[in-house]
Design a protein around this ligand. Structure first.
Ligand code: 2P0
Length: 345
């Protein structure tokens, strides 16, 4: 039995219209649309070698060269979900070596980049073992990534990516993400995202648990309807390049996501005092300078600053002089829209 290796780099992504709430088998309760990032990524190398134990899945996960037991349950669950299409998972010892470009547990969506990188490696190995190219490789990788983690489905493609069925987009799908099909104004093709690290370390409530709390949530139905409407609005904003409308929509989406957390049962808050302080300062800065600077939030305390590349000098000065003091060790990542996942040889 020979040894097989595959290696991919897959980026994180930031949702503009948020996925929050799902049905069985990782089917999203509403469609979402994201920017793929560039600097925040995971590199994963998967090696298949002769099996060493009789366990169903004989695998190890190494983060920066050290065994990481805490990653295993989510990966084992993922293997169980895809094993009917990937019987080879039971036949090998699987070594998963992974590295994040961003600080571990920084609250940056490592499951999006991590699960998409893993799905891409496994699908590459499937092609090698079967000695045939996969048709619709990225579509299949996105579907596998979704089964590992919903937001990961969007990370295989670059630019703007949609996941989840919507009325205006015939190619949109709950099973896998697709590159956004609408017209996109030039300004959004080089958009910036500075990721401000307010809090590092693991979150009090995982995203998976948070999604679960949307079942029986008193405002769920209205929220899912709103996401559909916001997606339709965003489609025309992306075409027109109307930055003010863009900012209004993405900030409202971010605050709605956190409002859903605060109004679930049990309720919880992932923002920290400095998250709110930064939002307040961004609003003040925008009012005083007219700079098109907007924020969004992920399921955590960190703040993503979104702005056109033309505003980068002003924003950099603002972050350095006004915001740095509210960040963990003054840390932030200067990111921008990226090209999507790449195979590493
Ligand atoms: C998103 N998030 O659209 C939303 C917005 C966080 C806030 O998808 O349970 O890690 O693995 O499918 O994808 C985070 O949830 O959850 C997420 P699972 P996931 O990006």
């Amino acid at each position: 039995m020979s040894i097989h290796v595959a290696k991919w780099r897959s980026p994180s992504n930031i949702a503009l219209v948020k996925y929050w709430g799902k049905h069985a088998n990782q089917i999203p309760a509403n469609p979402s649309l994201s920017f793929t990032l560039n600097e925040c990524y995971t590199e994963t190398e998967v090696t298949f070698s002769p099996k060493q134990s009789s366990s169903e899945f004989d695998f190890e996960v190494l983060l920066d060269g050290k065994l990481e037991e805490s990653f295993k349950p989510k990966i084992e669950k993922f293997f169980k979900t895809i094993v009917h299409k990937a019987g080879f998972l039971k036949e090998y010892h699987i070594s998963i070596k992974t590295h994040n470009s961003f600080p571990h547990s920084s609250g940056i969506a490592s499951s999006a980049s991590g699960m998409s990188a893993l799905a891409l490696c496994l699908l590459t190995l499937k092609s090698r073992l079967e000695e045939k190219e996969q048709t619709n490789f990225l579509q299949k990788a996105s579907e596998w990534a979704r089964l590992g983690s919903g937001s990961a489905s969007r990370s295989v493609y670059g630019g703007l990516v949609q996941w989840g069925e919507s009325a205006n987009s015939p190619s949109s799908n709950d099973q896998y993400a697709t590159p956004f099909q609408g017209e996109v104004h030039e300004v959004f093709k080089t958009f910036k995202d500075y990721v401000l690290l307010v809090e590092v370390g693991s979150k009090s409530v995982s995203s998976t648990a948070g999604h679960g709390l949307m079942n029986n949530h008193p405002f769920a139905k209205k929220r899912f309807e709103q996401a559909h409407k916001n997606l339709a609005k965003l489609e025309s904003i992306l075409e027109s390049g109307n930055l003010e409308a863009f900012g209004n929509l993405v900030e409202s989406e971010a605050l709605t996501l956190h409002a859903m957390m605060m109004t679930s049962q049990p309720y919880f808050i992932l923002m920290k005092p400095n998250t709110v302080k930064i939002i307040d300062l961004v609003w003040q800065f925008r009012k005083e300078t007219n700079t098109p600077l907007y924020f969004t939030l992920d399921a955590g305390a960190n703040v993503h600053l979104l702005f056109p590349a033309s505003a980068e000098n002003e924003v950099k000065t603002f972050v350095e002089s006004e915001l740095k003091g509210y960040l963990r060790d003054g840390r932030y990542i200067k990111d921008s829209v990226g090209e999507g996942a790449i195979e590493l040889k």
